[in-house]
Design a protein around this ligand. Structure first.
Ligand code: SF4
Length: 447
């Protein structure tokens, strides 16, 4: 929007973010500008072919969308299935059949590619029994090829960790897990319909370490009912376990959370960020180093490669309800989020897509620039050229001039910003098409 003030543009961005029920607002083109793709699945093969010509580097994300019960703060597209083993086994039988159908749609497109990372998210993938886990991995290996040195990450609930399950994960190639601890404070947990104690988390960590699996522990800052003391006390307890990686998320109260649906609000954003920053300081004091914008690890390799390399020249194919796919230079799209809406088309081998947008190599360069200038307040010029084969100064000369007028400067091989300029950076980089689609979506949603 040429001539638009930074303030007006910030309001536009805030409205775009409100349209985002996924929590992935930082994608580019922004989620709020994506359009209805439910009848556009036919565009995907061409988008993926174009993408795979640009890069063969790809990761696979699979969403296992079931949990025993829904936590009040969760925005993810999960279905609560309770604790009955019979119900669990019936639901997983249907899920595997539909997942196989969806994988079958993409398998011919990926015949010449190998996935270098595999992330099994949820939901609660650890609900699967060892036999189901083996069947799940066999299904993926029948459909796709995986590279040597593949990193395989699985999300789990601490209550599910037993020696038998840990051994089955290891034998299926899982080398890193994310334990969704979120909080250890009884008061916060019960206010959010969740339970698990420190003893259980410590036991899970011991069992996983003995099985040779690296552990990442997730905590959430700003949860309903949580205060600074509670969050930092949880962090202190987690640090004593010395997990390989610690992820400090922020509570995102999208319209998808039960908390928002029941009328609950969010804490003060600045205050939550200050508490999280204190968390990072304490981790640094305990020897952890920053491995991405939300987490710290014991070594530079202590990280989930799939989600920390999103701004690079690589794609991610997402399978399962609500999974987000990123075909580098081709498309971004999200699957239908509700289990019932996803299951039918997936089972019939059709892409169960809900919203999306086609995108170009230039969009990928914009995404790289936005990510660098937001997370690191800098773009590394050599790195940009290696990723995109283009000179950042030339491709974005007009944007560089605008940012220089606001204090941006070149120094030691990087274009740098003097401080956080989140809104301005987006104002100068957002392309007219993404803006036009965003405005149309805001209008349609009445925001
Ligand atoms: S936070 Fe984790 S366990 Fe709770 S509903 Fe969400 S995915 Fe399931």
């Amino acid at each position: 929007m040429p001539g638009t003030s930074e303030r007006t543009f910030d309001a536009f961005l805030a409205a775009l973010r409100r349209l985002d029920y996924t929590g992935y607002a930082e994608q580019y083109p922004p989620f709020g500008s994506w359009t209805d793709f439910s009848r556009k699945g036919g565009l995907l093969p061409a988008a993926w072919r174009r993408s795979l010509r640009l890069t063969k580097e790809a990761g696979l994300f699979v969403n296992v969308p079931f949990c025993r019960q829904r936590c009040r703060f969760c925005f993810l597209p999960v279905t609560a299935i309770g604790s009955s083993p019979a119900k669990r086994s019936e639901v997983f039988g249907r899920y595997f059949a539909a997942l196989d159908g969806e994988a079958g749609f993409y398998a011919p497109l990926f015949r010449g590619a190998e996935f270098s990372t595999l992330y099994i998210g949820g939901g609660t993938p650890s609900l699967m029994t060892p036999d189901e886990t083996a069947g799940f991995f066999a299904l993926l290996r029948r459909r796709f090829r995986f590279a040597r040195g593949l990193q395989t990450v699985l999300e789990l609930h601490p209550e599910d960790v037993t020696r038998e399950k840990a051994e089955s994960w290891r034998s299926c190639g899982v080398d890193r897990v994310c334990i969704g601890v979120q909080s250890l404070d009884e008061r916060v947990l019960s206010a959010n319909s969740r339970r698990q104690g420190l003893t259980r988390v410590a036991a899970a960590h011991r069992i996983l370490a003995a099985a040779g699996i690296k552990v990442n522990i997730d905590l959430i800052c700003g949860l309903p009912g949580q205060d600074r003391r509670s969050f930092l006390r949880d962090l202190g307890r987690v640090m004593k376990l010395r997990p390989d990686q610690v992820h400090l998320n922020t509570f995102i109260n999208t319209p998808y959370t039960l908390h928002a649906r029941l009328g609950g609000g969010s804490g003060d954003e600045k205050e939550v960020e200050a508490i999280r920053a204190e968390g990072f300081r304490r981790l640094a004091g305990a020897g952890y180093i920053k491995v991405d914008s939300d987490s710290m690890g014991l070594t530079p390799g202590s990280r989930n490669r799939q989600s920390t390399r999103l701004a690079e020249r690589r794609s991610v194919l997402g399978l399962g309800p609500g999974a987000v796919s990123r075909a580098f230079g081709g498309a971004r799209y999200i699957n239908r989020a509700a289990w019932a809406d996803w299951e039918g088309p997936a089972r019939r081998g059709r892409p169960p897509v809900e919203r999306g947008t086609l995108c170009t190599h230039r969009d990928e360069m914009i995404y790289s620039a936005l990510t660098g200038l937001t997370d690191d307040l800098a773009v590394d010029l050599a790195d940009f050229r290696r990723r995109h084969g283009s000179d950042f100064r030339k491709v974005f000369s007009a944007q560089v001039r605008e940012l220089e007028a606001a204090g941006g400067y070149f120094s030691r091989g990087k274009f740098r910003l003097p401080g956080n300029m989140w809104g301005l950076v987006r104002k100068v980089f957002y392309g007219p098409e993404a803006v036009a689609r965003g405005l149309a979506n805001i209008k349609a949603a009445g925001r």
